[in-house]
Design a binder for this molecule. Sequence first.
Ligand SMILES: CC(C)(COP(=O)(O)OP(=O)(O)OC[C@H]1O[C@@H](n2cnc3c(N)ncnc32)[C@H](O)[C@@H]1OP(=O)(O)O)[C@@H](O)C(=O)NCCC(=O)NCCS
Length: 288
Amino acid sequence: MGVLTLQPIIPADAEQGLRLSCLAGWNQTVDDWRYLIRSGSGWGYYRTDGRLVASAIASQWSGHSGWISMVLTDPDYRRRGLATSLMSEAIAWLESRGASPCLDATPAGEAVYGHLGFSGDILLSRYVLQAGLTQEQVLDAGYILEPIQAAEIGALSTLCQDRSGWLREALLAYLQQQGPGLAWKAVGSDQTPRGIIFGRPGSLATHLGPLIAEDVTIARELLQVAMASLPGPFLIDAFAHQKNWTGWLEGYGFIRERGFRRLIKGPRPLPKMEVLSRHFASAGPEMG
Ligand SMILES: CC(C)(COP(=O)(O)OP(=O)(O)OC[C@H]1O[C@@H](n2cnc3c(N)ncnc32)[C@H](O)[C@@H]1OP(=O)(O)O)[C@@H](O)C(=O)NCCC(=O)NCCS
């Protein structure tokens, strides 16, 4: 197999990263790779001809919140300990900064992370819809839906008062720029946000999320108004504990494709389900 060297991943390697995520059938774009590499620190195993064959990226969102993503190994190089080694780099980088490593694991990833001390019980379901359907009308809702403008991202992320870093300003600004027609808010008569949705184009489908709302009715409306801007296909990573929500997605025509488990390493527990009561969809396992 030849000699492999461990090196930092740099933004110029985004196309190489895209090769790895496409091999795994993932949805990221080259812009997503550039955003993720710039948002933290990445490591890769490279062949002597410069080809990237395994990757991992760590980002610190806020003081205690760290996220690991893009853990990928080229199929020709699996079961040689590459993912484990790159995870060790990512974990050490986050822990040395006082952040607990967190991630959304595929079943294949869980086989690796279990050995590294990760655990967690928050489940997400990946749903796919080939094309948007007729929009349901909600009458007398008590709020209106408005597009989110780039200039209001800072104020919006503060208003949403998310201290975990999941609604961090840099992510919302990136998403609004990638999918301006997919970024919507529900606002009450006093102009307070009652829900938000963002999305972004992917290499296979439009990814919808994060989606945070006061209730499932607002979540449904935000999802449908976002989908009206593009023909599809769409995918969404729904929090599985929102049973009314996932039931509605399935009734609407979304097909469950696979699941993820949110895992954390270290003493700090993941938020309890009640704290996540307004979370309907994540921004995807790569973004958190
Ligand atoms: C998951 C993935 C990154 C693992 O990469 P890897 O470099 O082969 O992983 P490692 O060699 O470090 O595996 C370490 C251990 O994890 C376990 N493991 C890894 N892949 C496994 C598999 N397919 N089935 C069962 N156990 C597995 C084994 O215990 C393995 O140790 P062993 O080979 O000594 O038995 C790789 O399979 C991949 O790219 N999959 C597709 C993308 C993906 O799902 N990534 C995870 C995102 S959360």
